[in-house]
Design a protein around this ligand. Structure first.
Ligand SMILES: C[S@@+](CC[C@H](N)C(=O)[O-])C[C@H]1O[C@@H](n2cnc3c(N)ncnc32)[C@H](O)[C@@H]1O
Length: 296
């Protein structure tokens, strides 16, 4: 079965980025190319999208989808953490808009062999960029107890972080973790039954925390928040969609710092969230928050 990722808050993004012909945009998290395609359509006939993703499968999917746009879509397998260097290498001084749509795409989540989903059995992998050396199984098999606990608590907001980490350590002494279902079972056993929600799978927070750690998601976001504004033209805009409160806080604080330094104006005083209709149609959009800042 083929899955397609449904892009989130497309109209809001397009409006904020002020898509127009003759402009250059960066889609720094290309995924399946949904946002990128819309930016290309709205900037016809000659707007350009530099699309980057570090996941080879995303690159393949987006390349296929964006074929009709020819050389207007420039697709690169890169991490957005290196955006300034990449633009420099392309001899592009600054761009009119940057989009980051953080987190995971449905294409990644739904494929059991990628190891992101606790619903499917697969290797406990979770690397978005499979060139990276360390997968989730390596982390849970090797990290010290206190570090596991910190990760589950900080990145997952998991109140049972200590119990789960202790269970992981005791289990891995018997046999190293290899699969998603082995991890899921340990989490189920560690959280007392009466505290297990029926609505949200008990393994959700643990899997989210491991994914964030494996992919160093907060560190990468911080890198673009350190310097992202520098590669925007005057009046150019950066839009960031986040799905996690830690990420949203980082974006909010950096935008405020940029504004205090007089280098940007914050366009969205409060983050935009999906409409009721979008939430119903695409439940994955529910936790999305969109913030935008404009270079001065
Ligand atoms: C939510 S999806 C983007 C979906 C896309 N906007 C669409 O419409 O199809 C996030 C994508 O960002 C990619 N990604 C996450 N962190 C990245 C990073 N540091 N560098 C490059 N790509 C990254 C993931 O591999 C994933 O494909």
């Amino acid at each position: 079965m083929e899955f397609r990722h449904i892009p989130v808050m497309v109209e809001e993004v397009i409006g904020l980025l002020k898509c127009e012909p003759g402009r250059i945009y960066v889609d720094a998290t290309l995924g399946g190319g949904g946002h990128a395609e819309e930016i290309l359509r709205r900037s016809e006939p000659n707007g350009i999208v530099i699309g980057m993703d570090w996941d080879q499968e995303a690159i393949e999917e987006a390349t296929e989808r964006l074929k009709p746009y020819g050389s207007r879509a420039k697709i690169l397998r890169e991490s957005f953490a290196r955006l300034p260097e990449i633009l420099k290498r392309m001899e592009i001084e600054a761009v009119d808009g940057i989009l980051l749509d953080l987190g995971l795409s449905s294409i990644q989540l739904e494929k059991a062999e990628r190891g992101f989903s606790f619903r499917e059995d697969g290797p406990l992998d979770m690397r978005m960029d499979r060139r990276k050396a360390v997968a989730a199984a390596d982390l849970v098999n090797q990290l010290p107890l206190f570090e596991l606990e910190r990760i589950l608590s900080e990145y997952g907001g998991e109140r049972w972080a200590r119990k789960i980490s202790m269970a992981i350590v005791s289990e891995r002494e018997k046999k190293p973790f290899q699969t998603t279902q082995e991890m899921r079972k340990v989490v189920y056993r560690a959280i007392p039954k009466r505290f297990q929600s029926r609505r949200i799978d008990p393994a959700t927070k643990t899997f989210q925390a491991l994914r964030i750690k494996v992919n160093e998601e907060l560190e990468n976001l911080q890198k673009i928040l350190d310097s992202g504004w520098k590669v925007l033209k005057r009046m150019g805009r950066i839009c960031i969609i986040s799905f996690h409160s830690l990420e949203d806080r980082m974006v909010k604080e950096s935008f405020r710092r940029w504004e205090r330094d007089g280098v940007v104006r914050i366009v969205t005083k409060r983050p935009l969230t999906p409409s009721e209709a979008e939430r119903r149609y695409n439940p994955r959009s529910r936790s999305a928050k969109l913030r935008c800042a404009e270079r001065q």
